[in-house]
Design a protein around this ligand. Structure first.
Ligand code: UDX
Length: 434
């Protein structure tokens, strides 16, 4: 099949590359000539394990093409996926859909007479209908279907998630769109992956409902961790104990400094706005957002407490800046709140991250970036583990302790067994393990 991807951000690039791996002929369109030029040269603008070789293989096979020319890119397409950004609109938390609508209009004017426009960007319920209206107005003579096909991939394991999803969700309003989407995902349905077809509005809600539910799980276990600390329980074992119940499940019950990233913070806010406007406010999602917001300040205070209540003039070594491991993405990373709060408290912060330092430097101008974890730890009064990179799991604890001015360790991801840290001579604080 001939597919076109509008937007080569995270979702667009990964989906485009994976569709070409399925054997489809894919053209990826991006307005930004610099990004397209880099992609044509085989350079990948985002950090995602496995993506470079996947792109290279399919470009070499002639199945994957990058261009800035939208009209040329969509003229033979069976389906055009819109995967442009939907940032939070300043002020009201709504998703900004101007890029989606502009793309829809351009696509409708240039696509074949029969074509399916598929929303892959995370868009609020009702956007599919709006895109349909825009497409009909731009090209009343064409038979354009509009579908919704939300993406559930996670950064850092995006290719694995795309190739081996728990399910694929397709929202359609007519049979042609269903037929085309079934064809596109046939390589997955042949492997027994469940392809769920639903009303377009339903698919749009599924994406937000899934992300918000996962955010609820995280805020829930984070609050439970606070309780465990007060009553002398161990949140890791609590998560295990409840997670073994199939109705709850073990995933997304890992306590930490709060969720970040490009999806959960933005999508929970957008869903809240939608629910309030629809007159069905989602109070549980509201509480989830509040818990996550207050958590970051509380984490900074935890570091100050570990320093005996006064961070002034103290050297704080931070391990990990990205919102999670295996990405250089700094969007909504908890580090963007926690580090400035520590600086505000008078600390000198030295940080290291295996991939995100370049992206982090302009966002955290008062933080000193170190060449290695050990460079960061040198002469530090406290070490703070913020992102659970494997590199930090393998930290040489004896060497770390020797380098530091004081053996104090605050582990905001519960990476180390407390006994190991005590044996290594550290005063060790973690999350929800009294
Ligand atoms: C998420 C969804 O998982 C994905 O389905 C959706 O398409 C996009 O948003 P992503 O943002 O890449 O993916 O990261 P994810 O691995 O889900 O983690 C999000 C945040 O939650 C991170 O900050 C992570 O540290 C945090 N988290 C996750 C926890 O604190 N505890 C957990 O148990 C799981």
């Amino acid at each position: 099949m001939h597919l076109t991807m509008i937007g080569t951000g995270y979702v667009g690039l990964v989906s485009g590359a994976c569709f070409s791996e399925f054997g489809h002929h894919v053209i990826c369109v991006d307005k930004n000539p610099k990004i397209v030029e880099r992609l044509q040269k085989g350079e990948i603008p985002i950090y995602e394990p496995g993506l470079k070789s996947l792109v290279a293989r399919n470009v070499a096979a002639g199945r994957l093409i990058f261009t800035t020319d939208l009209a040329e890119g969509v003229k033979d397409a069976d389906a055009v996926f819109i995967a442009v950004g939907t940032p939070s609109r300043r002020g009201d938390g709504h998703a900004d859909l101007s890029y989606v609508y502009a793309a829809a209009e351009e696509v409708a004017s240039a696509c074949p007479d029969m074509c399916v426009i598929v929303n892959k960007s995370t868009v609020p319920v009702g956007t599919g209908l709006e895109v349909q209206k825009i497409a009909r107005k731009a090209a009343p003579e064409k038979r354009i279907s509009v579908a919704s096909n939300p993406e559930f991939l996670r950064e850092g394991s995006a290719i694995e998630d795309f190739m081996h999803p728990d399910r694929v969700v397709c929202g359609v309003a007519d049979e042609h769109a269903e037929r085309v989407l079934r064809g596109i995902y046939r390589p997955l349905s042949l492997r027994d992956v469940k392809i769920q077809f639903a009303e377009r509005e339903t698919a749009e809600v599924i994406k937000y409902a899934a992300n918000a539910f996962l955010a609820v799980k995280i805020s829930y276990i984070n609050e439970m961790a606070d309780l465990c600390e007060k009553v002398g329980a161990n949140v890791q074992d609590v998560a295990k104990g409840i997670g073994l119940d199939n109705r709850i499940g073990p995933k997304f019950l890992h306590p930490g400094p709060g969720y970040g990233g490009s999806c959960f913070p933005k999508d929970t806010l957008a869903l809240l706005r939608t629910s309030e406007e629809a007159g069905a406010p989602l109070r549980i999602v509201k509480a989830t957002v509040e818990v996550n917001n207050t958590r970051k300040k509380a984490m900074a205070q935890r570091v100050v407490d570990a320093l005996g209540g006064d961070a002034r003039g103290r050297r704080v070594a931070v391990l990990g800046l990205a919102f999670k491991p295996n990405t250089d993405d700094m969007r909504e990373s908890p580090s963007l709140d926690i580090l400035p709060a520590l600086i505000e408290a008078g600390a000198h912060v030295v940080a290291h991250d295996p991939a995100a330092m370049e992206a982090a430097a302009p966002l955290l101008p008062d933080v000193e970036m170190a060449g290695s974890a050990y460079d960061a730890l040198k002469d530090a009064d406290v070490a703070v583990l913020l992102t659970e990179w494997n590199e930090y799991r393998a930290l040489d604890l004896a060497r770390a302790k020797d380098l530091m001015a004081a053996p104090i360790f605050v582990d905001l991801r519960n990476v180390y067994p407390p006994q190991d840290m005590r044996d290594a001579g550290f005063t060790y604080t973690s999350i929800g393990r009294a």
